[in-house]
Design a protein around this ligand. Sequence first.
Ligand code: ADP
Length: 512
Amino acid sequence: MKDATRRGSSHKQPADLSGIYRDVPVGLCFFDSELLYVHINDWLAVINGLSVEEHLGRTIGEVLPDVAVGVELLLRQVLETGKPVLDGTVEAETPAQPGVKRIFQHSYLPVKSDDDTIIGVTCVVQDITECAQAEKELNEREERLNLALDATSNGAWDWNIVTGEVKFSPQWFRSLGYEPGELAAHVSSWEKLVHPDDMPRLREVLKAHFEGKTESYEFENRLLTKSGEWRWNLDRGKVVERDGDGNPVRMVGTDSDITDRKRFQEQLQRQQSELAHMSRLSTMGEMVTGLAHELNQPLYAISNYVEGCLHLLRNGAAETGELIEVLEKSASQAQRAAEIIRRLRSFVGPREPRRSSTNINELIRTVVELVDFEIRRDSVSVRLELDERLPLMLADSIQIQQVLVNLVCNAVEAMLDNEPDTRVLTVATSLSEGRTIDVSVGDTGDGFPAETADTMFDAFFTTKPDGMGMGLTISRSIVEAHDGRLRAASNPDRGATFQFTLPVEGGWHDES
Ligand code: ADP
């Protein structure tokens, strides 16, 4: 209080406040206890369409007969109770602008003498036309937005990241089976509904957006409805306000129900994975000669080692050390055969489509081993240009192996007319813009005519006498199901390169 007094007294005050009273763009007038005008400022006099003098000493009934009854009632109420009255808004034409309705807000305040008796009423009139119109427009806009959100089953949210408060739209609640406002307006309400398995990735994607690494935030996750079912949801948002240090302060976004789309996608994926499985079986059918040959080698070696041991034992010439050495060799050949069968089984065995953190370079090495027989038989030299610092990706490793087997086998076949020493298969990996992994399979064959660059990916398109024409179709659908792209290009010198991209796990990778 002391401070306030000091502050007030240290500043010069205008000697006469009447200038402010006259010029302020607010209507001010004072009625005495008889409800006669004692003061009125110019602004209000103009609104009322009379001069200041024409008001003084007159009642409101004489000045403004149209509104007198209502206003007098309020003035009397203030005189009797001594309490201010904030009246609602009044729409009226003014003599200054006939034919134009403006909106005024009236307030009535008691005026007391030094001994606390009520000696009159001050009336404050404000022209709030522009303000009311802006509010009306804002309400209409919000209504339209809500209607649009309702129609698309989208719910909207506005999140204060600093305090954790969230304004959820009525549709946000309804789409999850709740009544508007049934859950606390806090980020924790939403967090409790997110499927726990989706949370770690969601946090990563959100963090990347908070740190300004992504333009906007987008994530598909499951949300628990009031009835206890999991609903698939597309969560989209954007930080719209940051503090001076760049930390996010406010984020707005929408949630849309994508359960039907997800179910359809899952069904499509199941069908695609069954088709892919059939195709793997048929690929294996084509590779069976090579596999038989590959299996034959260790089996033949095992048989030789065992024969050798038997021979030594029969002749009584067996020395323990020698026997152990031969049997160890035999065991390692048996392991080699088992490994070939394991690879084969994991490639063609029936299985549910399953995505996990996958290292693309390891998949490429496995595939090169799987088709090793064809590569050696056809004298193809292999160049692996693999970026060893690549991040992981979320993928179905068997399906991606299948894409690689298709592309590698096509590349090998495309080079069969070449001289053996010019058959070069190049498999390369790299990271593009920290977001996608690029994989390319290049050959030095005859390439393809420009007009088949797209049709090649059509089902049953083949230029091979015994071809099925399904390899590229299935490969493309597998890559696209992984949110990637597969395309073909002719090399500038000779041959073709098939390139596919796959998103990095978590949507983003820091290269620094
Ligand atoms: P298929 O191998 O049974 O023909 P694909 O769908 O794998 O089925 O391939 C379709 C066609 O695309 C091939 O028949 C061939 O004409 C063309 N093609 C695929 N890979 C290459 C390649 N590396 N070089 C040139 N043409 C290719």
